[in-house]
Write a protein that binds this ligand. Structure first.
Ligand code: HEM
Length: 358
């Protein structure tokens, strides 16, 4: 957890510098490491940790070997802080991803379900992405694989949490078909980067449509409290997934830095991934840390800020209006930090409630 937090904070700092805010780089290499810190250092470590906790609890007695995956991914992020051969951080992150693939192998052998298969493929994409990074491919070539890792992990979790309506066979086949289009795009990107990214974008749009149509969120939006809040995180997340897919389809691999590249990535990483994180945290934090996160309407504050600030940022990217982009990005970070603060306060309240026996 500490290594993941370090990855997040360093990644956020580096993100501000990449946006053009005049801040001390702390470490000269840091700004260039923003992507790896966020994807592998923060989210990769956290996702592996979540799975390691679930699996070791499931196997009784808590098998510690599973914790090697998040540990290696976290150490990979830590290694980015030091002047070491690039193979060290990249190798550690690759081993962490390999660990997650093996964890899903065990999970799938215990429960061979579609959701576990989808998440296992997600882990495989992380492994391929990290392998390409280790082999020296530039980050813009690796990014589609990293995005795939996060997107398939989340899609699988939606299936796993049983929040997607029980479907007919044809609907399940439609899900597999859109996932296959996305995966075909990634594979194609290895030999024809531009066309591959466009095809993957088509898959993302279709996946967004599928999730909007079949996730139960559209119905639960009419309920109250936490259930409604989760739906309010999911629905705009699916819209951002489609917007990101449109950017991928429209621009392909033409932009490898700058405002369009920024929009290509962060519609997905912030609009989709972080919105999902905001929605799942009140459910997943209790499972991983064993502490309650009681719902409060204040949760809407960081959610609203995330989406509004992302609109500003992507608007700034689109119009090439750099101050708008810079302020939007800064407010994105305020939303993420506010989320951490509000969640920490809710956890404290949950602990107090437990003590009082509420
Ligand atoms: C929270 C606010 C964030 C800010 C302010 C931010 C900022 C940036 C900036 C300015 C760039 C460079 C774009 C360009 O070339 O002009 C970038 C790239 C990137 N960002 Fe973010 N970002 C944020 C969140 C995230 C998140 C949550 C993720 C992943 C989960 C992420 C992953 C990436 C990746 C993979 C790249 C490509 C890096 C590269 O090509 O070197 N970012 N980000």
């Amino acid at each position: 957890m500490i290594l993941a937090a370090l990855g997040l904070l360093a990644g956020l700092w580096a993100g501000l510098i990449r946006l053009g805010w005049q801040l001390p780089p702390l470490l000269l290499r840091l700004p260039a490491q923003h992507g790896p810190l966020m994807v592998s250092g923060f989210l990769g470590t956290l996702i592996s940790l979540e799975r390691a906790v679930a699996l070791s609890q499931n196997q009784g007695g808590g098998r510690r070997i599973y914790y090697l995956s998040p540990l290696l991914a976290g150490l990979g992020a830590l290694a980015l802080f030091f002047v070491l051969p690039t193979a060290v951080p990249r190798g550690l992150s690759t081993l962490g991803a390999l660990g997650l693939v093996l964890i899903f192998g065990v999970i799938y052998s215990l429960q061979p379900t579609t959701d576990h298969a989808v998440m296992g493929v997600g882990a495989l994409l992380w492994l391929v992405g990290n392998g390409l990074w280790l082999a020296g491919r530039p980050i813009f070539r690796v990014v589609p694989w990293w995005a795939g890792f996060l997107i398939l992990t989340i899609a699988g979790e939606r299936l796993e949490l049983g929040r997607v309506l029980p479907h007919k066979r044809i609907t399940r086949h439609a899900f597999l078909a859109v996932t296959a289009v996305f995966l075909a795009g990634l594979l194609l990107s290895l030999v024809a980067f531009d066309s591959g990214v466009r095809l993957a974008g088509l898959g993302l749009i279709a996946l967004g449509v599928w999730l909007l149509r079949y996730d139960i969120a559209r119905r639960t939006m009419r309920q109250k409290g936490l259930t409604r809040f989760i739906a309010a995180c999911l629905l705009p997340g699916y819209v951002w997934l489609m917007v990101g897919g449109l950017f991928w389809l429209g621009y392909g691999g033409q932009y490898v830095a700058g405002p369009v590249y920024d929009a290509l990535l962060h519609t997905l990483f912030l609009g989709f991934v972080f919105s999902m994180i905001f929605g799942h945290a009140p459910v997943i934090v209790p499972a991983v840390l064993g502490v309650q996160v009681p719902y409060t309407p204040i949760f809407y504050l960081h959610l609203g800020l995330l989406h509004l600030s992302l609109l500003l940022r992507v608007g700034g990217d689109w119009l090439l209006w750099l101050p708008l982009r810079r302020w939007g990005g800064l407010l994105n970070e305020v939303a993420v930090l506010l989320f951490l603060l509000v969640t920490a306060v809710a956890v404290r309240r949950g602990k107090k409630n437990e003590k009082l026996g509420k």
